[in-house]
Design a protein around this ligand. Structure first.
Ligand SMILES: [Zn+2]
Length: 296
């Protein structure tokens, strides 16, 4: 064979390989998951609060619809107040997925497998009218239990056609949400942009950290946020931040098919309390602090 021809063929093969590698290496995908639907704080809500939760849920839904991105929500079955079924239906009818987040936001690190399974089953029954296929489950507090307890619950989930939804980027948005809630609502709007910037910076740092876990240079992330006040203000910018950095939003199904990074498995969630250190932080940063706060 002509040596020149062989060299050309080899060169073409090398270039094709590089091209394929680069396309693969630059894959950046993120699946958005939203926990604690219908809305954080509904359990202790008054009628006025519920009105506000309605508006804020609507804003979150609008951000998703306007940006044409897929999302999966996880519902706490006992926190659906009257009038909130329609929010869940609107979410599902807009093409988004809805999964199970237990009946009462149960913590598997603090209860038996039997009790926990009863929590999942009770939620499954209640949520049947709005849950989508495939069936997804997200552990509250990302608490997966240990040893035999962990195995028993996992077995139950598999036998009942549930797919466990892991997390690779935990936004810890509940912390920024708490800061926002502690600013008196009359002056809140003046401080939203400052807290938003801190929130976005934090999420981006977490994303870069998660990217470093990736072995093949591609980045497929599953982002956890909550249906809360903070995201009713920030979700549009959060979406834009990922897109500006080359990420494409994909369904949870696609992310799970592509994902090679492990879940963070950290135990935390929106229900962690706001403490004195947080209050002091707000004070030192020059924020006004409300003594009595509305959870919504
Ligand atoms: Zn939760």
């Amino acid at each position: 064979m002509n040596p020149k021809f062989v060299r050309v063929v080899l060169l073409v093969l090398v270039l094709a390989n590089l091209f394929i590698y680069n396309v693969y290496a630059t894959t950046k995908e993120v699946a958005l998951t939203i926990d604690d639907l219908p809305f954080v704080g509904t359990n202790s809500a008054t009628k006025g609060n519920l009105g506000r939760a309605h508006d804020r849920f609507g804003k979150i839904l609008d951000y998703l619809v306007d940006a044409h991105i897929p999302a999966t929500g996880f519902i706490i079955a006992n926190s659906i107040a009257s009038g909130q079924w329609e929010l869940l239906e609107a979410f599902r009818n807009a093409g988004f997925s809805l999964g199970n987040h237990t009946y009462s936001h149960a913590n598997l690190n603090q209860m038996s497998a039997d009790k926990y399974i009863a929590e999942i089953a009770k939620a499954d029954k209640i949520l049947a009218p709005v849950m989508t296929q495939p069936k997804y489950f997200r552990y509250p507090y990302l608490a997966e239990g240990r040893g035999a307890t962990k195995q028993e619950v996992q077995k139950y989930l598999v036998e009942n056609q549930y797919i466990i939804a892991p997390v690779t980027v935990d936004s810890k948005d509940y912390q920024f949400n708490e800061r926002l809630l502690h600013i008196p609502w009359r002056v809140r709007d003046q401080y939203v942009s400052k807290i938003k910037q801190q929130y976005l910076n934090y999420v981006w740092r977490q994303t870069l950290k998660a990217e470093r876990h990736s072995k093949d240079g591609s980045s497929v992330q599953i982002l956890l946020i909550h249906a809360n006040l903070l995201n009713s203000h920030c979700l549009g910018d959060l979406i834009k931040m990922y897109q500006d950095n080359g990420y494409q939003f994909v369904s949870l199904e696609r992310a799970l098919a592509h994902q090679s990074t492990p879940s963070t498995g950290e135990i935390n969630d929106q229900q962690m309390s706001f403490n004195k250190v947080d209050a002091l932080w707000l004070f030192l940063q020059g924020y006004p602090i409300a003594f009595k706060i509305d959870r919504l």
